[in-house]
Design a protein around this ligand. Structure first.
Ligand SMILES: C[S@@+](CC[C@H](N)C(=O)[O-])C[C@H]1O[C@@H](n2cnc3c(N)ncnc32)[C@H](O)[C@@H]1O
Length: 418
């Protein structure tokens, strides 16, 4: 299993500790059974020799969760920066990239933000890329379900979507503004590309990488940006960017940063005309950025057999981060989750756990908030009881323990002394 984890990390940068060893194990065993293979060594050989099999594994483990205007403020900041840039470059075309774009909600939100800010469509170009061909196929289709629309203000849905029996179908005026590409951020093709984009969104990917892959990805991103370009990262990813050559742009809640040492301004504004597009393995393609790929042009069609949609939600990732000892990253992700999705017992419970691990007194307040939202949250009841006991408050601890016993899930209670 370790060798499979290493292969996955080498190909994608994804850290198996974050995917969760048990989850990966389940995915691999299911695949073994489906293929009728004798064991892990045979599966590993197949992975090493078959790009299609490797792609299948990657499709199964990547987290594709995303939604329109995720975090909101980055899109407002993006539109403001775009307008300023266009005012300073009266004949220029702003180039932006969303990588990873998953199923397209992020790059399409970028387009909607610009259109809402009255930016003329002929003044910007948006590329979007992802390692998952399944996600790209859905992005090109641009038909979305309720889960892609979260938060209080969904007025954009009335303006830019048509409700059809298949779901919410994006208007062509937005859909046609994005060019989708199959690409691996850590692929060699990105290494030598310089100054392609004025603005790059690379959100909620670095967090799944191990440290080495994070450093490499941020070097690649710095190269893709024009010297004074802007990089938007996910809420939990700012510390990673600032530890790897970027400085925060001081735009509240936008999670934007810029290179700490902009390269010489030679070529600034002269965008290279090609986006490097590479498949995950030897199956490499370069594709002109001005070529609009249509559905069906995908380099390899989505495969029918894989483990289905995203394996982990952002809170599950926060949990894995905590398990891997990355407590600050875990807290940042929980806080982002609370900001975006509103109060959640699971998020407060996790903040309580991390707070406890850090020895913080406020851990108990998080547990209380979780119980306020979900009085029967079993795990929280157990943990608050233990914490109170540790703090010497045995009466309160007993009350919570009794409550936990009352709501204990059947399989946990079976056969155990109470
Ligand atoms: C959680 S989604 C993020 C989507 C969007 N940026 C957002 O924040 O909502 C993560 C995406 O990263 C993609 N991904 C994982 N490893 C990648 C890599 N090495 N290169 C490019 N994309 C990758 C996955 O396929 C998945 O679609």
């Amino acid at each position: 299993m370790k060798r499979i984890e290493r292969l996955l990390r080498a190909e994608t940068g994804l850290d198996a500790a974050l995917i969760g060893s048990a989850v990966l194990d389940r995915i691999v065993r299911r695949r073994l059974k489906l293929l009728g293979l004798s064991g892990l060594p045979e599966f590993l050989r197949r992975l090493e020799n078959s790009p299609a099999e490797l792609k299948e594994l990657i499709e199964s483990v990547v987290v594709k969760e995303t939604w329109f205007f995720r975090d909101r403020e980055p899109f407002h900041a993006f539109a403001r920066i775009a307008r300023e840039w266009l005012a300073q470059h009266p004949t220029g075309t702003l180039r932006a990239l969303s990588l990873p774009c998953a199923t397209g909600e992020e790059p399409y939100s970028m387009v909607m933000a610009l259109l809402d800010a009255q930016v003329p469509p002929n003044r910007f170009e948006i590329d979007a890329a992802d390692i998952s061909t399944d996600a790209l196929a859905r992005a090109r289709e641009a038909v979305y379900r309720k889960n892609s629309f979260r938060g209080a203000d969904l007025s954009f849905r009335n303006r830019y979507f048509q409700s059809t029996h298949a779901g919410y179908t994006l208007h062509p005026q937005v859909r046609e503004r994005v060019r989708f590409h199959h690409a691996n951020l850590l692929g060699e093709a990105f290494t030598h590309r310089q100054s392609l984009y004025d603005i790059v969104f690379c959100r909620n990917l670095l967090i799944y990488f191990d440290r080495a892959a994070q450093a490499k990805a941020l070097t690649q991103l710095a190269g893709l940006l024009t010297p004074h370009g802007w990089l938007f990262v996910g809420p939990a990813e700012m510390p990673l960017a600032t530890a790897n050559g970027f400085v925060g742009a001081k735009l509240p809640m936008a999670f934007a940063c810029r290179s700490a040492s902009p390269r010489s301004a030679i070529g600034q504004g002269d965008h290279d005309q090609r986006l490097p597009v590479t498949s995950i393995n030897s199956n490499r393609v370069d594709c002109p950025a001005n070529l609009t790929l249509e559905p069906g042009d995908s380099p390899s069609p989505p495969s029918a057999v894989h483990a289905g949609p995203a394996v982990l939600s952002d809170l599950e990732v926060a949990r894995q981060l905590a398990d891997a000892g990355r407590l600050a990253d875990s807290v940042a992700l929980c806080e982002a989750h609370l900001r975006q999705q509103g109060p959640s017992a699971d998020a407060y419970y996790l903040l309580g756990l991390v707070g406890e691990a850090r020895g913080e007194a406020q851990a108990i307040n998080y547990y209380r908030k979780a119980l306020y939202l979900e009085p029967n949250h079993y795990e929280t009841l157990r943990h608050i009881a233990l914490l109170l006991e540790k703090n010497g408050d045995t009466n309160a601890a007993r009350t919570f323990r009794r409550r936990a016993q009352r709501v204990q899930p059947a399989e946990e209670g079976a056969g155990k002394p109470t």
